[in-house]
Design a protein around this ligand. Structure first.
Ligand SMILES: Cc1cc2nc3c(=O)[nH]c(=O)nc-3n(C[C@H](O)[C@H](O)[C@H](O)COP(=O)(O)OP(=O)(O)OC[C@H]3O[C@@H](n4cnc5c(N)ncnc54)[C@H](O)[C@@H]3O)c2cc1C
Length: 505
């Protein structure tokens, strides 16, 4: 074993988007950075739908650290113009459609279900929440293999030492941290090891991260999945030839004349009483498709739903995923988040759920917080990091509580819409706070407002009492007003929310 004892300011474990971007930012500012990825850079990974908060944080990072290439990725048009080969899709908002089950002899008919809107008497089976006022400000779905590899490429150009197919086989926590690295690609008898040291050790290993045993034991790392209320399983893959939902709506005369955006340019949610299917359409003809349903119930095949079957009739697996990938429980959480010079990114602490697409935004917020802290002088750094763990943990539990409530309301569009608006109120508030110059280290998702926490608890109690959809709306609507000016839960808009936040005004 060679012992070159190279020293780095920061060692980052995990070359997904969060590890790659943090490496890029820090290296661009002159830090000596080691990025270790146990797999290949740019491997397939799920988690592709970005959000207004994500794009805003990316823009702010780009401006603060003078990274124009990163800035270009913060809207769909500038992304396409600057990096036409970096594959992505257009996202104008979140669209939701409620589907009913249809017997196989009715498969030719439409399974798209009608609901009576208790507040206006109108039929309601869909919901559209706008994220950008026009195409100029559109968000993106990221083809993660491309984006993750791009960030690592930029980190390398900025001077980071980025190593793929490399494992940390042993680590000694101290100041500095000592790591033994081993390449994984060579034949076992030819593998070489190297000892390195680093001032900081950042865990950016995501949902599937496993740290070396001695490191995990020293940190006292343990799984605390039981703390999360959301409990879902998921199957997903990339497909070609998924049919257009916009065309389906048009064909069945259900496409409104004045929709806020094209339903296909969205994080598309096909809801059923049993679970929901996401569809994220990428420009190169591939659609990311996933079916997620609550654990603890009998498993339901999405093919039971005629309209989903129709959308998937001609679909074939893309080469990136030759078959469905299944995850028994999506949710994972591990603590502690910080111990001395060890810090975990939010996305390495927990995965909540695909619903509401919170992972990319939270990962980017983690990058912004850690870049700021690690680049600060010691006194400010200590201040910034003092509350990092508590903030990240509370945010994850907040997101979890909002998502879990949505799963309790899958049975009807109106019910789902009502509780989803708690999430959107919190997300819009965070976006506006950051856009107006708010400190990225502050707790987001309304954590600074205890009243909002009480409203979540009270809403949960309403659900426990099994109130009707109309009763839920009538109860929640006035109570949500104190937390939003975006017109959420306005029955007059018929489930079409056009507010797009201050950030893009
Ligand atoms: C089914 C599903 C759907 C999702 N959909 C969305 C969505 O639509 N929108 C959204 O915002 N989020 C979504 N997410 C969440 C999203 O996937 C994650 O937030 C995101 O992938 C985190 O990125 P990351 O770079 O932090 O980690 P990852 O992408 O998980 O990357 C971590 C990397 O670390 C490597 N690694 C692991 N252990 C080690 C180690 N010990 N040493 C070195 N390298 C290591 C891994 O190989 C991997 O490449 C979804 C999650 C799931 C499970």
């Amino acid at each position: 074993m060679s012992d070159s004892s190279t020293h780095y300011d920061v060692a980052i474990l995990g070359g997904g988007f969060s590890g790659g971007l943090l490496a890029w930012v820090l290296a661009a500012r002159g830090m000596r950075v080691l990025l270790v990825e146990r797999d290949r850079f740019g491997r397939f990974v799920i988690g592709e739908s970005s959000t207004p908060i994500a794009d805003l944080v990316m823009r702010q990072l780009a401006e603060k650290y003078e990274l124009p290439k990163l800035h270009a990725l913060s809207t769909y048009p500038s992304w396409k113009q600057t990096f036409p080969n970096l594959r992505c899709g257009k996202k104008r908002g979140f669209s939701y459609y409620h589907h009913g089950e249809v017997r196989s002899d009715e498969i030719a008919s439409d399974g798209f279900q009608d609901h009576m809107d208790g507040t206006s008497g109108a039929k309601r089976n869909s919901l559209m929440v706008t994220a950008s006022p026009n195409d100029t400000w559109a968000d993106t779905h990221w083809l993660r293999s491309d984006v993750d590899a791009f960030f690592v490429e930029q980190a390398t150009l900025a001077g980071a030492d980025c190593r793929e197919c490399t494992q940390v086989v042993s680590a000694e926590m101290g100041e500095p941290v000592r790591l033994i690295l081993r390449e994984r690609t060579q034949r076992e008898d030819k593998r070489t090891s190297q000892s390195v040291s680093a001032g900081w050790l950042i865990n950016a290993s995501g949902r599937f991260g496993v740290l070396p045993e001695d490191l995990a034991a020293f940190i006292g790392l343990r799984r605390v999945d039981q703390r999360l209320q959301t409990n879902t399983r998921s199957v997903f893959a990339h497909f070609r030839n998924v049919r257009s939902w916009t065309d389906e709506l048009r064909r069945t005369n259900q496409l409104g004349e004045d929709e806020p955006f094209d339903p296909d340019d969205a994080a598309q949610h096909h809801l059923t009483a049993d679970g929901w299917m996401w569809m994220l359409r990428l420009d190169h003809g591939v659609t990311s498709v996933g079916w997620t349903e609550p654990n603890g119930r009998d498993s339901v095949d999405w093919q039971r739903y005629a309209s989903l079957q129709r959308l998937m009739r001609d679909a074939t697996f893309d080469e990136a995923t030759p078959d469905w990938i299944s995850v028994d429980r999506v949710q994972r959480m591990q603590t502690p988040i910080r111990l001395r010079n060890y810090i975990a990114m939010p996305t390495a602490v927990a995965t909540i759920d695909p619903l509401h697409s919170t992972g990319i935004a939270h990962g980017l917020i983690g990058v912004a917080r850690l870049a700021d802290a690690l680049l600060s002088e010691p006194a400010r750094q200590a201040d910034l990091l003092a509350s990092y763990a508590e903030t990240v943990e509370s945010e994850l539990l907040r997101i979890d509580s909002l998502v879990a409530m949505c799963y309790r309301c899958l049975r009807s569009m109106l019910r789902f819409e009502a509780v989803s608006m708690l999430y959107f109120a919190a997300a819009i508030n965070s976006e506006e706070f950051l856009a107006s110059g708010g400190e990225v280290h502050s707790p987001l998702w309304f954590l600074d407002n205890p009243e909002f926490g009480r409203l979540i608890d009270a809403t949960r109690r309403q659900l426990d009492q099994d109130v009707t959809d109309t009763e839920l709306w009538d109860w929640l609507r006035p109570r949500l007003q104190a937390f939003q000016t975006a017109g959420l839960l306005d029955p007059a808009v018929g489930g079409r929310y056009r507010y797009t936040g201050e950030a893009k005004a």
